[in-house]
Design a protein around this ligand. Sequence first.
Ligand code: HC0
Ligand code: SF4
Length: 574
Amino acid sequence: KISIRMNGLDYEVPLGITILEAAQEAGIRIPTLCHLDLHDLKMVNQTASCRVCMVESPGRDTLVPACVTKVHEGMEIRTDSLKAITARRMAVELLLSNHPNECFTCPKNLQCELQALAAELGVREIRWEGERMDYPKDISSDAIVKDSNKCIYCRRCETMCNEVQTCGILSGISRGFNAFVGPAFNIPMVESSCTYCGQCVAVCPTAALTEINHSDKVWEALNDPDKHVVVQTAPAIRVAIGELFGMEPGTIVTGKLVSALKRMGFDEVFDTDFGADLTIMEEASELIHRIESNKTLPILTSCCPAWVKFIEQQFPELLEIPSTCKSPHIMFGTIVKTYYAQKNNIDPDNIVVVSIMPCIAKKAEAKRPELTKDEHNNVDIVVTTRELGAMIKEAGIDFNSLPDEEYDKPLGETTGASVIFGTTGGVIEAAVRTAYEWITGEQLGNVEFEQLRGSDGLRKASVNIAGKEIKIGIASGLGNARELLEEIRDGKNEYHAIEIMACPGGCIGGGGQPYHHGNYEIVKKRQQALYQEDRNKKIRKSHENSEILKLYKEFLGKPYGEMAHELLHTHFEE
Ligand code: HC0
Ligand code: SF4
């Protein structure tokens, strides 16, 4: 430990830490903007480019950036001197001198970190007129909008994309006032190898990177009397959307969510969990089939569209091994446009399926050609948790005081197995619950497989099924996925099954979720809430879902059978 003096008080702090870390230990706030320290992901964005964290070091008679300057014995620091405060305000003013003045209409209005800092630091005028950029917005992809004029060159997105996701899409382009971060040679996003995982969007402090907003399409469908509008909600929404209405992270609001959607005017409110149970029926069958034939192992879960795009682009030689199952919300859309449409005598062309997802890549997934065959979309519109939150507010619904309501039936019964899909490890745990009982013919005493749980981005475990060790790998975050895939490609590890989710923590940490500003404790609370929701369920195994069994009996035939293959499975392309 060493002694330092901060704002006139003495502190003992560890050697080797930065002034910013020392201040955090002492409970003193130094504002930051470009700095982002994601311990859980072993990522630090330390570009020191924004100069918002300047503090005074009287001994040196100078200002230093707190995020990169290490403390030393006897160091004296003032975070609150006139010089420090003025320097920080000036840093924000300079950023604003080069930033569009359009907060009113900005998608990040009231959620922008730059805007919040201007308020916190009392910026009342912008004394300099910088040069503004004038780049067209990149709306080339079906998922992400890139507005380079709003880029403050903090490079958080670049660090996330390159170090955590190892996708290498983003880097610095141009110089001076015109500098921004984008794909190499500033090609449109759609021409890059972007997976649309949305993790760059999750960490962008401004609106340089946001999701494409599709809420107006939903309003149009809801106001079209000829359309029958069906909505489904992903597992991860119910434990996160409450945050947009001031609730604690991890508050379970399933009933209020259903209630809000009914008030918005959806004709039917369904749960993607039903699609997840259906996925397990197919995926567990596929797993057993592959283990028995000892062929094309390991099986990889295929429900995460950013991950699917990643393997298609980066490991085309491994495309034999992902499960061919469509993702749960796409399966659900397919069942709505076929079974549900027939049963209710509705022309599928008049049905609009809306998916509420924690994910930005789901927007692009819904547009994949093989899922929109013959102009017949499986899912028509995807909106994120954030977009839905804004729509509920637009509709004037007081979310917090809503009563709890139930999902519509049929197709409304769901299990604990499907709700844990929303967290890393959940899909494989759900599959194991079913595969175990199908293989052994025995009832599981305890359905909770602790060895598959956790929040580390890369986990390896095994489960004993009928005397055979089934080896399982679990990765969340594409960098971790890459490690597992390299092991498989190089024949270094013999897994039977692998679950991969592109976003750290799984869908609960998705790019469309309420901004967590790098605080992974929030993601962990959402995870605990999903496990609680699983425990709250009477039925906790997908193959015991009576409405799923009825669907097979009345319509699909056998799991993994001919009709199931035609409707519920897909293929991948290089
Ligand atoms: Fe997920 Fe899903 S669990 S990808 O993480 O599999 O987005 O929540 O909806 O489709 O069910 C996201 C979450 C889903 C799908 C499900 C899967
Ligand atoms: Fe990189 Fe994902 Fe952002 Fe694409 S969406 S630029 S892959 S972080």
